[in-house]
Design a protein around this ligand. Sequence first.
Ligand code: C2E
Ligand code: CA
Ligand code: CA
Ligand code: CA
Length: 390
Amino acid sequence: RLAVCFIDLDGFKAINDEHGHAVGDAVLKTIADRLQSTIRSHDTVGRLGGDEFVAILRDVDNDKVYSRLLEAIRQPIKHNQLILTLSASMGVTVYPDDDVDTDLLLRHADQAMYAAKESGKNGYKLFDLETHQSREERARVLEQIGIALEQDQLELYYQPKLNLKQQTIQGFEALIRWNHPEEGVLSPYRFLEHIEYTEYARDVGLFVLDSAVKVVEEFIAQDLPYTLSINLSPSHFLSESFPRDIESALEGRNPEVRNRLILEILETTALDDADRVIRNLGICRELGVDISLDDFGTGYSSLTYFRLLPAQEIKIDRSFVQDMTRGGENNMIVRAIVNLSQSFQRRTVAEGIETKDLEEQVIDLGCETGQGFLYSRPVPYAQAMEWARN
Ligand code: C2E
Ligand code: CA
Ligand code: CA
Ligand code: CA
């Protein structure tokens, strides 16, 4: 492994401007010599041009080595009558961990160097591959999601919600997918977080609302008694435009639609901005739309707040349901949530039921509705309907 260090002097231009290029060149020469004598015999350092240097070090993961280079630059430089003091910012990337391509390594180190400048100069920063990749992915998503919306690349898949005792379908949950032209079917985990708090969160929300309303109208037209649950993004749900968006989605539609639609909001969203949450949920309630608290148990709703929230349904987070496969006391959280939700007369849905054994345990605890791969994965509309009619 090798550390590739990109070093850029802080404020070097000022020295050139103030004392002339002859002084500037002398300073650069001094610094080059100092760097050369600071590194070890198996390391390399060179000037890239301008006031930039690159050092390649064998000694990776050693903070002291990085600091020593910067310290060498900080020592006062005597030139004729002048005494000058400079500092530098440095970015470090590691070969081969971060990449094996020389150009990319230099670009990574350069990026890390800018991060060092931004956090106040006179220091170093390590390139973070994960942050970098997630930034690149985010940039890609934001560049392409607009096209995806325009070209109908987004699609809702449907997973049935079952009445566990009767083993009949009560309804479906709509789960979004992106049919990406190059990458295939993308899960919401690949793109939703990147569009949160951008204008696209609302655009996607409007797409979901519009598609859901049409599907429910189709249920009604075909005499299918199902409900449809949809997921709302926190930033859309909490936005100014949300009440209007839900109203216009229902406007002019079959009036029965609102009684079949269930809005799922994350428990953690419900805890975000209490006043707005209660107001927006109230509006949904007035419209006749049911509310479900999703991933319940992962936030920390107080009992008082829980009582205030106009939710008709609680969805127990998959992680708690699946904990029960370990047996014994691992059912305590599910048991507690079912009891809580019964005390407040809310319906309870268990997510993530993958086995018959889990199904039995959930039924024993008094949970009436369930969802999970045991019954079906989320599937495209046509497939879900085929399944539902049989
Ligand atoms: P969620 O709302 O908790 O949805 C349940 C997730 O668990 C879905 O993942 C579903 O495919 C998966 N799942 C269902 N049963 C099982 C099971 O038995 N085992 C396991 N391991 N997983 C199961 P999916 O479709 O990838 O969606 C992930 C999350 O993305 C959703 O979690 C939801 O928070 C979000 N999401 C999905 N569609 C939308 C949407 O249209 N709008 C918004 N805002 N969020 C969405
Ligand atoms: Ca510079
Ligand atoms: Ca959900
Ligand atoms: Ca969930």
